[in-house]
Design a protein. Structure first.
Lengths: 749, 76
């Protein structure tokens, strides 16, 4: 531990507090813009650190919001690990600042009493003093400070009040460790503690003396903390297990001992310190807002409107921006092609690097917009209400109310949807939400739906009202949604069987949104996407480019002959113009325009030949026997493989394979080519049945490397993305197989 | 009587837990024997419940509320 770098010498101060107490505001005010956002190694919990300037700079660590140090979630586990020095390369902080909601003292001080037991110097900052005064509370600060044995400061961080004094206290170098514990456990548990502390001291002498008590207590109440010691102090772990068994046999509720003990000390203390000037029964502003926003009829209506707004924003407001990005990428590619000589390096730069970057950046408008709205919902306190309203419905399919927003966002794009699942506190709900989000039909499937529905499904109306094609489109969305619900039920029943899903969520008071904070949070989260998922998406784009580009194949003799004859015609025409006195340059330009479509045709034929003989084409041919039972030929198979870059890529891949050049999803040319294509025996390649089979395949298959990349980032392992890809692709294959074979058997082929 | 039996606006004092392994999280939120709890409202679709305990609002499901035993109705 003899590190000599500058960081280890800095005083390290940790901020901790319940969720929704304004901890992030305090952190921002203390550190200004000198912040770093990263991740704790091996987990997806955000690690936020910043520098508080001054003669001696101080490092501030913003710990995840926690109700208790006895871990119930990954966030709380990290908070305890940091405070207790359990993390490698992260010594215990030198000082802990507990941010407490002054209008909600009892629950907040529960966490404070746990922090006190660590034996580190502690400062208690009572935040939101303004709200406490409005609620008619008066708090005797000096009495509280005396009872807790640590400095207590009043704070209204949102108005910058009390920050100077807090900074002064943080800089003090003479703060002594928090006083010894002033409360007791129920006696049956208390008598067991000293012996366990001794075992721990013998086996893990590194644990500071003052920290032994809380380590022992944590092991009594929390299984994850007990497991932690299996590796570091096995004898201690066994001893605790023995004590637990003995207490259980004597019917001592040892798991409740800590909570009962702490509140037993805390409740009378708070009663002494806090006086209520107003009647408890008075409904606050927040209560009155809730009477409307969680109203039986108006509540769901309002929520539906909010969702519609978000959906609209992510679905259509983002489109112009995405179009600009896409055309800039194409424009940049074109500019590079005209600047640099044609060749492999230029191709790699344009089709690999530039479009790879484009594939990442194109998601940014949707991600930024979604995170803005999510931030707004979180910051105002409405997010908790939306979960409150929807919980009943979502619990039917094995999820909680919090999954509604991430799943609906996935209709636009699974990337921001999966990232939005971060707002779920329950890790199991979060994982299930991530696993089923890609089944919601995203906007990248839309061009594929459009092309195949317009080309192959009948145009008539159902009951004279709804067009058949519109109904088909709706069915695609419905199928994806229903399958997402089925998948979540199955995951819940099979994969997470037996794990209790317990729901307890605070409904924090409503508050005015703080746009600066929402803005920075939006930027931080989007940055995380670009950096972490972007790397994978970029790499895969280059690989897919290579698969389509190699091995380099000379055009077939027929195509080569076409080009030679076209070149001859070109030369002849230019020559004849030249003899009429037109300058050579002007003549070749004029003929070039005249023959442009002829050359485009030849270029397209060459590109088609190249891709047919590329690795992608070979993969398509190899896959054909597997895909034939679904009604897909080698070209479709190759298209499906290319679509792994992004679903809509299947259209440009098919366009290249059918030698029609670059076209959009409404190209009549591509539609006609697809309709005209036949197998050697004269049967059409595409029938309405093939189209339906393909559509269903696209609804269900995980044809998107970006989704896998973000799932890897969010779950921090390749295991879940692998499971995701397998189950979705399996579902897609099965459904398409049944549809195509069933359809053939019924004679619809 | 359990917490799930109260109507919106009604208050009562917690007696204990029906289950011998109650969720520690609910206790950490301060729902302990002797605590006053009030049902504020039911969610629009009937579940979960918005309860007020120690001055803050907490949302829990009815099945969990049914584990919380009450002493008596709170004198209003």
């Amino acid at each position: 531990m003899a590190k000599t770098d500058v960081h280890s010498k800095l005083k390290r101060v940790a901020l901790i507090g319940n969720p929704n107490v304004g901890k992030t505001t305090v952190f921002n005010v203390l550190t200004g813009m000198r912040q770093k956002v990263g991740n704790y190694p091996g987990v997806t919990v955000e690690k936020k650190t910043g520098r508080m300037d001054g003669e001696v700079p101080i490092e501030i660590i913003d710990l995840p919001g926690s109700y208790s140090l006895s871990p119930k979630s990954l966030d709380e586990r990290i908070a305890y690990d940091v405070l207790s020095g359990h993390l490698a390369n992260e010594p215990r902080p030198d000082l802990v600042v507990c941010i407490v909601d002054a209008s909600n003292m009892e629950r907040n001080l529960y966490l404070v009493t746990q922090v006190l037991d660590l034996g580190i110097p502690v400062i208690v900052a009572l935040n939101m003093m303004d709200a406490a005064e409005e609620a008619g509370l008066s708090i005797d600060l000096s009495l509280l400070s005396e009872k807790l044995g640590v400095p207590v400061l009043p704070l209204t961080a949102s108005r910058n009040e009390g920050i100077g004094k807090l900074k002064y206290q943080i800089r003090r170098t003479d703060l002594s460790p928090a006083p010894e514990r002033m409360w007791t456990l129920m006696s049956a548990v208390e008598v067991e503690i000293p012996a366990l502390m001794q075992v721990l001291a013998d086996e893990a002498p590194k644990v500071p003396e003052r920290q032994r008590f809380i380590e022992v207590l944590q092991c009594l109440t929390s299984d994850t903390m007990l497991d932690y010691w299996t590796r570091w102090a096995p004898k201690f772990q066994k001893e605790v297990q023995l004590v637990r068994d003995r207490l259980l046999a004597n019917k001592v509720p040892y798991q409740q001992a800590e909570v009962i003990g702490r509140y037993g000390w805390l409740s009378p203390l708070v009663a002494q310190v806090v006086t209520r000037k107003k009647n408890i029964g008075d409904a606050s502003v927040s209560d009155r807002i809730d009477a409307v926003l969680t109203h039986r009829i108006f509540g769901p209506l309002f929520f539906a409107m909010i969702l519609l707004l978000i959906f609209q924003a992510v679905f259509s407001w983002a489109t112009p921006l995405m179009d600009i990005i896409e055309s800039s990428v194409i424009g940049l590619g074109g500019a590079i092609r005209t600047t640099f000589p044609a060749g492999m390096a230029t191709d790699l730069l344009v089709d690999g690097v530039v479009s790879g970057v484009g594939n990442v950046v194109v998601f940014l408008p949707q991600i930024l917009l979604l995170f803005f709205f999510l931030g707004l919902m979180e910051d105002t306190g409405y997010m908790a209400r939306s979960a409150f309203i929807m919980d009943r419905i979502m619990s039917r399919v094995g999820l909680g109310g919090g999954s509604v927003v991430p799943l609906l966002s996935s209709f636009a794009c699974a990337i921001p949807g999966i990232m939005a699942a971060r707002t779920l506190a329950n890790p199991k709900d979060r994982l299930i939400t991530i696993m089923v989000a890609p089944l919601m039909s995203c906007s990248a499937r839309l061009p594929v739906y459009t092309l195949f529905i317009a080309a192959f499904l009948p145009t008539g109306k159902v009951l004279g009202l709804i067009t058949f094609q519109g109904l088909a489109m709706f069915s695609m969305y419905l199928l994806g949604t229903v399958m997402a619900f089925v998948a979540s039920l199955v995951l819940k029943r099979i994969v997470f069987k037996g794990e209790s899903s317990f729901f307890a969520m605070e409904l924090p008071p409503y508050r005015m949104p703080r746009f600066k904070q929402i803005f920075w949070r939006m930027i931080d989260r989007s940055k995380a996407f670009v950096i972490r998922a972007g790397k994978i998406i970029f790499g895969m784009s280059i690989i897919l480019w290579g698969l389509a580009r190699f091995p380099i194949t000379d055009p077939s003799p027929e195509i080569a002959a076409l080009r030679i004859s076209a070149d001859q015609v070109f030369e002849q025409k230019v020559d004849s113009l030249s003899t009429l006195g037109v300058a050579y340059a002007a003549a070749s330009e004029q003929i070039g325009i005249e023959m442009a479509s002829k050359y485009r045709h030849i270029d397209a034929a060459e590109a088609g030949f190249q891709i047919e003989h590329s690795f992608i084409g070979k993969i398509g041919h190899t896959l054909e026997p597997v895909m034939r039972p679904l009604g897909f030929d080698w070209k479709l198979s190759a298209g499906i493989v290319s679509a792994f870059a992004a679903r809509e890529v299947i259209i440009s891949a098919l366009a290249t394979l059918y030698s029609v050049g670059d076209v959009g999803d409404d190209s009549p040319l591509l539609r006609e080519k697809l309709k005209a294509d036949t197998y050697p025996n004269g049967d059409p390649v595409y029938t309405p049945l093939v189209a339906v089979s393909l559509l269903v395949f696209f609804v269900l298959a995980l044809q998107c490397m970006s989704t896998l990349a973000i799932a890897k980032r969010e779950t921090n392992s390749w295991k879940w993305p692998a499971v995701m890809w397998l189950y979705m692709t399996g579902l897609a294959y099965l459904f398409s197989l049944v549809i195509y074979q069933g359809g053939m058997a019924l004679g619809w082929g | 009587m359990t917490l799930a039996d109260l109507k919106p606006g009604e208050r009562a004092i917690v007696k204990g837990w029906a289950n011998s392994f109650p969720p520690v999280r609910l206790m950490e939120f301060g729902i302990l024997p002797g605590t006053v709890v009030e049902i504020v409202r039911f969610a629009p679709f009937g579940d979960p419940i918005d309860i007020k305990v120690r001055g803050f609002h907490l949302s829990i499901r009815k099945e969990d509320a049914a584990q919380i035993m009450l002493i008596e109705e709170y004198p209003t």
